[in-house]
Design a protein around this ligand. Structure first.
Ligand SMILES: Nc1nc2c(ncn2[C@@H]2O[C@H](COP(=O)(O)OP(=O)(O)OP(=O)(O)O)[C@@H](O)[C@H]2O)c(=O)[nH]1
Ligand SMILES: [Mg+2]
Length: 271
């Protein structure tokens, strides 16, 4: 199809007033996939937006971004933080049913990953859509060399992540040790620290350096696996983008801009 090859404007005479209209519509058609993250406040939307940008190189509209940006969305990620509540059902009802990916975020905060998968599976039954369990926080892991060295030393000393996360915060308040531990908790949380210590203790490839450990944490976050969920919707996104092109042509025809060509393109099924 011409729109996919960027050749829409070539379908009319160079002098046609449709040329700039079709060029703009063609550029819009070829824009990258725009994913809007929606969910109740506090569920981790900003972190999810960052995870999708950094791990999947997607164009993402996060919470609080302006309405004009939101008008460009063609896929919606509904973020849950537990069993769906009434507000989640309401959010879902307001979204285009054929282009929503539902995600149970903060999967790392459940007693273990299987429990998170279980919650996601019950949510899936309740909502009638697949629900993927992910930890957007782990997908954003960006430990530096000093944090990596500290974790490696903990692993060597067989330090374990206490079940009460607060107990991880040893060291005098304001001391370097304490600040480092606070930073690790904020950026990886308990499950992330535990996972990092395990990977380091196993001496896996993740034990090489900070970059390798970050990559290993990204891999277990569940975010890379969302690629397939997004890919499943690409056909619907293309369909709606084609609808947009037809609407542009109909507007142009109604306004009398080379109506004959516009109608010919519409009849020929362009877009
Ligand atoms: N353990 C864990 N914490 C997370 C995760 N994602 C986000 N958080 C934490 O949840 C809090 C809220 O994260 P945000 O990404 O700002 O979430 P939000 O939905 O934008 O929330 P508000 O900004 O409070 O409206 C922060 O403390 C995050 O560190 C996750 O996957 N796991
Ligand atoms: Mg936020």
């Amino acid at each position: 199809m011409a729109a996919e090859q960027g050749g829409l404007a070539g379908l009319v005479e160079p002098s046609s007033p449709l040329v700039p209209i079709l060029s703009a519509a063609g550029r819009r058609f070829l824009r990258p996939l725009h994913v809007q993250v929606v969910g109740r406040p506090g569920v981790g939307r900003d972190t999810m937006a960052r995870a999708l940008r950094e791990r999947l190189a997607l164009t993402v509209i996060g919470p609080g971004e302006d309405a004009r940006a939101a008008a460009d969305a063609d896929l919606w990620l509904l973020l849950l933080a537990g069993p769906p509540r009434r507000a989640d059902h309401e959010l879902l009802r307001a979204l285009p049913a054929d282009r929503v990916v539902v995600v149970l975020g903060k999967a790392d905060t459940h007693p273990d990953w299987d429990s998170a998968v279980e919650v996601a599976s019950r949510a899936s039954t309740a909502l009638g859509l697949p629900v993927y369990a992910v930890s957007q926080l782990l997908a954003c892991a960006d430990l530096d060399a000093a944090e990596f060295a500290a974790l490696a030393q903990f692993a060597a000393e067989q330090v374990e992540m206490p079940s009460m996360a607060g107990r991880f915060l040893v060291g005098a308040p304001g001391s370097d040790e304490r600040l480092l531990r606070q930073g690790l908790l904020r950026r990886l949380d308990a499950f992330g620290i535990d996972t990092a210590l395990r990977l380091l203790a196993e001496g896996s490839e993740a034990a090489t350096d900070a970059a390798a450990l970050n990559r290993a944490l990204h891999a277990v976050s569940g975010v890379p696996q969302l690629t397939a969920a997004f890919a499943d919707h690409v056909g619907r996104v293309r369909f709606w983008r084609e609808v947009e092109i037809r609407a542009e042509l109909e507007r142009a025809a109604a306004a009398g801009h080379d109506r004959e060509s516009a109608e010919r393109l519409l009849a020929g099924g362009v877009g």
